[in-house]
Design a binder for this molecule. Structure first.
Ligand SMILES: *Cc1c(COP(=O)(O)O)cnc(C)c1O
Length: 241
């Protein structure tokens, strides 16, 4: 991978800016989440020195260890949990992360809400910011709530006191054709818009788009793009599907 962290960050920000411009959007509406899974605390610190403040992790143990290793020197970093979340790992996510993007079951949301430390404790600022993961690729994915079950899940999750429901997250099946990339992102945006219109939920977040398809996601309204390999290089091991 060409260039150091500063150059890679510059390139990714440029891609976001160009896509935002093409969509008639302000690039400042799109937050860049640097997905640091499989890369060590040193790689995160190097990105933080370049001005990157938001990081995404997929594996609870790995993420919690990195947060602990960096807390002293980088207390203002914002940590997002974006990986599959089992019930027996919710406590560590509720106590260590600022955001979670990958909730697709009420039982997990209830645990996160109950286990979120009260404001002030552990230095955490209030409720856990949450996105519901939606299955926008049908058979291709087993994660994510089915769109038909989304309204009821959103209604229940929005009531939980330890959480703040911010929006939706999607991981569509990989596509190379730009139009095919855009379709599931458009679907996710429509689902968000319906929740806002029909249930009055204040959802300001669409977490969608990765290294290979961030332009398509920005064109369809992404407010957070989750970028790993374009920032950190290829991963040694593949993330589980
Ligand atoms: C790994 C991962 C990413 C980043 O993927 P890249 O293709 O490396 O940009 C984004 N979102 C989720 C949920 C991931 O697991």
């Amino acid at each position: 991978m060409a260039g150091g962290p500063a150059e890679r960050l510059r390139q990714v920000r440029l891609r976001i800016e160009r896509a935002a411009q093409a969509a008639g959007r302000d690039a400042a509406e799109v937050r860049l989440l640097a997905v640091s899974k499989t890369f060590g605390a040193e790689a995160v610190a190097a990105m933080a020195r370049c001005g990157q403040a938001e990081f995404g992790e997929n594996y609870v143990q790995e993420g919690v260890a990195k947060i602990a290793a960096l807390r002293q020197q980088w207390p203002a970093l914002c940590w997002h949990f974006i990986g599959p979340l089992q019930s027996n790992k919710t406590r560590e996510v509720a106590a260590g992360f600022d955001w979670v993007h990958s909730v697709d079951r009420l039982s997990v949301a209830q645990r996160l809400s109950a286990q979120r430390p009260p404001p002030g404790e552990g230095g955490l600022p209030g409720p856990l910011q949450l996105c519901l993961q939606v299955n926008v690729s049908g058979e291709a994915s087993k994660s994510g709530v089915h769109p038909e079950q989304l309204p009821e899940l959103a209604r229940e999750v929005a009531r939980l006191p330890g959480l703040r429901l911010r929006g939706l997250m999607g991981i569509p099946a990989p596509e190379t054709d730009p139009a095919a990339q855009r379709a599931p992102f458009a679907r996710l945006r429509e689902l968000r818009d319906q929740l806002v219109a029909r249930q009055g939920l204040a959802l300001d977040t669409l977490s969608m788009g990765m290294s290979a398809d961030l332009e398509a996601a920005v064109l369809e309204g992404a407010t957070i793009v989750r970028v790993g390999s374009a920032l950190f290089g290829e991963r040694a091991r593949r993330a589980p599907p």
